[in-house]
Design a protein. Structure first.
Length: 165
């Protein structure tokens, strides 16, 4: 089947098998290997990407289901002018150890901060509860998301009137 979708701002079309999972389409067809493939059951969240601004587990989503939609992967977090505050927070607050869950955690955290720029710890923990980390104990991940929220709030507060973030 031909499938066309917008991935990280670029329209892509490929001929794929109807049973091809989105995670494999992204990794194998498009060579976007930031999205990790973990459990095939949507339990771990390492494969989290966005379809039309909503987080989805790409290991249980068919590539053809993303046809005609906007897909965003962890590769698109970097705005080209430096790290996204979520990426910077994960780096500065040591929000990763092995790094396997990190792409899914960052995509989930970015989604949360886009919806709620000042989440409390309980909200952060609830939001990332669909992403399993086997290394960190989540403390540093929560701190990383809070750092990103605070950094974005500071950047917005320090902008000249009429400027946008």
């Amino acid at each position: 089947m031909d499938v066309t979708m917008n991935v990280n701002g670029d329209e892509v079309t490929r001929d794929v098998e109807p049973r091809l999972l989105l995670v494999h389409f992204l990794r194998d067809e498009l060579r976007l290997t930031g999205t990790h493939w973990g459990c095939d059951t949507s339990n771990c969240g390492a494969c989290t990407v966005w379809i039309d601004q909503q987080p989805v587990k790409s290991c249980t989503t068919l590539a053809v289901m993303a046809g005609g939609h906007d897909v965003r992967t962890v590769e698109d977090l970097d705005p080209g002018t430096g790290l996204d505050p979520v990426q910077e927070g994960f780096m500065l607050e040591h929000g990763l150890q092995c790094g396997f869950c990190t792409p899914g955690m960052m995509m989930t955290a970015r989604w949360l901060l886009d919806k709620n720029p000042d989440p409390d710890e309980a909200t952060i923990r609830e939001c990332i509860s669909g992403n399993i980390c086997r290394c960190t104990g989540y403390e540093n991940i929560v701190r990383a998301v809070r750092w990103a929220a605070n950094h974005e709030a500071d950047a917005t507060a320090n902008q000249p009137e009429g400027a946008s973030a």
